[in-house]
Design a protein around this ligand. Structure first.
Ligand SMILES: [Zn+2]
Length: 85
């Protein structure tokens, strides 16, 4: 039986990149190499870094095309940042 890797949350942009718990998605043994765009200090996994970038892109698009109300966009942003609470 394989030993589970110890889960450790790494905070700080200068922390060494390693396989550990991603604080955004909660998955263990993730390659945590992206600086979160939400607080500019927490390191998150590659997939979460990509998701944050895509979220920001979609917000830009919704805003430019007027596809969402300001309230809808604020609600989306609040949910997006919920993992930091
Ligand atoms: Zn993640």
């Amino acid at each position: 039986m394989n030993e589970e890797p110890s889960a450790e949350v790494i905070k700080g942009a200068s922390a060494n990149i390693t396989y550990t718990l991603c604080p955004r998605c909660g998955e263990e043994d993730m390659y945590v190499d992206c600086l979160s765009r939400r607080d500019n200090k927490t390191m998150i996994c590659t997939q979460c870094g990509t998701m944050e970038a895509m979220f920001d892109l979609s917000i830009q698009r919704y805003t430019r095309l007027g596809q969402k109300t300001e309230k809808e966009i604020e609600d989306m942003k609040r949910v997006e940042r919920a993992w930091l609470d």
